[in-house]
Design a protein around this ligand. Structure first.
Ligand code: NAD
Ligand code: UDP
Length: 347
């Protein structure tokens, strides 16, 4: 894919989308954000302008509105789409499954229909090119680690189920019409923030994920961290995950779009290949921030697996991409964002 091409980022105002916006801008692409701000804050736009020196192009609206998405694709002569938009809270997906099937699967169908009409219809200027945000959750409880892409897939909650269904839908669409170019990226655990401290993760309500919970304890918003389970079969008994700096993840999307320009579709893990336990993260964070993070070990959280980390070698081969930033940098950057913006974008 050549530079200056317009790339549509559905959900581009969110955590991963906003960092990918910066990475694409720096790589010479022209990213366009489509977002309804259902799980993000419009203040991110001003922050993106401060980082890139240019006001972001925004199309405010819902990806479920197929006619709107189609008009956006045409208006900006979009060359490729990265589909971040969706709902992502595992617990909420158990309580409100229809919200997840509707927004995630419905959103993907709407986007695919719009892309089909534009890129496979008369007057098309590009092949249909899509990068999809999948997740390591599609591996369920892996039999062994590290995880390669050919591991069996399963799901333990409606959120994970939607990722699995969308992966299958994309495979079927590609089989029906080989012109499609599809990159499925299975993210492991994105953490950290842009080094400027201007953009970062801003969860609504009580954070579900470890790193934002840790940073909120460190900044004094919450009294202590609950460590979910101290009796896993891991070196220190706490759960092990593959934390990846969100900037590395963002770079993976640039690499994916470039790889798709040569035509081949792929499914790859985006992780570092290194697992860290909850207590290792807490210690690294304390070191990086100079703050204590009081914690208490409590019962396991339902649905959690003991260990989950990637074999990222396929991404290196296919995309020429690998993660570069270590745990120390992830913690330092997460802390810079949280301490500079104690209440997130509403600060
Ligand atoms: P996020 O919630 O910060 O970003 C998603 C964005 O999509 C938000 O800005 C939200 O307002 C928007 N959105 C949601 N539904 C929409 C709709 N119908 N129309 C238009 N906009 C809509 O989430 P994120 O952490 O940036 O995740 C991005 C993607 O990556 C999601 O698909 C998520 O499932 C996936 N993913 C995230 C993680 C993670 O830990 N953050 C891990 C694996 C996969
Ligand atoms: N975790 C924890 N306390 C929290 C949040 C998470 O101990 O408040 C643990 C969780 O059990 C897992 C790890 O931290 O072992 C990463 O959890 P997260 O929710 O961030 O990611 P995921 O479970 O989706 O991999």
């Amino acid at each position: 894919m050549k530079n200056e091409q317009a790339i549509l980022l559905t959900g581009g105002a969110g955590y991963i989308g906003s960092h990918t916006f910066v990475a694409l801008h720096e790589a010479g692409f022209a990213p366009v954000i489509l977002d309804d701000f259902s799980n993000s804050h419009p203040a991110v736009l001003d922050r993106l302008e401060r980082i890139t020196g240019r006001a972001p192009v925004l199309e405010r609206g819902n990806v479920l509105d197929t006619a709107f998405v189609e008009a956006v694709l045409r208006r900006h002569r979009i060359a490729g789409v990265v589909h971040f938009a969706g709902s992502k809270a595992v617990g909420e997906s158990v309580a409100q499954p229809l919200k997840y099937f509707g927004n995630n699967i419905g959103g993907a169908i709407s986007l695919l229909r719009a892309m089909e009409a534009v890129f496979l219809g008369p007057g098309s200027w590009a092949p249909p090119t899509l990068v999809f945000s999948s997740s390591a959750t599609v591996y369920g409880d892996p039999a062994t680690v590290p995880i390669t892409e050919d591991f069996p897939r399963s799901h333990t909650n409606p959120y994970g189920h939607t990722k699995l269904v969308i992966e299958d839908m994309l495979a079927a669409v590609r089989q029906a019409q080989p012109a499609w170019r599809v990159g499925v990226l299975r993210y492991f655990n994105p953490v950290g923030a842009h080094a400027s401290g201007l953009i970062g993760e801003d969860p609504a309500g009580i954070p579900n994920n470890l790193m934002p919970y840790v940073t909120q304890v460190a900044v004094g918003l919450r009294p202590q961290l609950s460590v979910f389970g101290g009796d896993y079969p891991t070196p220190d008994g706490t759960g092990v995950r593959d934390y990846i700096h969100v900037d590395d993840l963002a770079a993976g999307h640039v690499a994916a779009l470039r790889a798709l320009s040569s035509g081949a579709s792929f499914t790859v893990n985006l992780g570092t290949g290194q697992g860290y336990s909850v207590l290792q993260v807490v210690r690294a964070f304390e070191q990086a921030s100079g703050r204590k993070v009081p914690y208490q070990v409590v019962a396991r959280r339902a649905g959690d697996v003991a260990q989950c980390y990637a074999d990222p070698s396929l991404a290196k081969r296919v995309l020429g991409w690998q993660a570069r930033k270590g745990l120390e940098e992830m913690c330092a950057d997460a802390w810079r964002w949280q301490s500079g913006n104690p209440k997130g974008y509403a600060t």
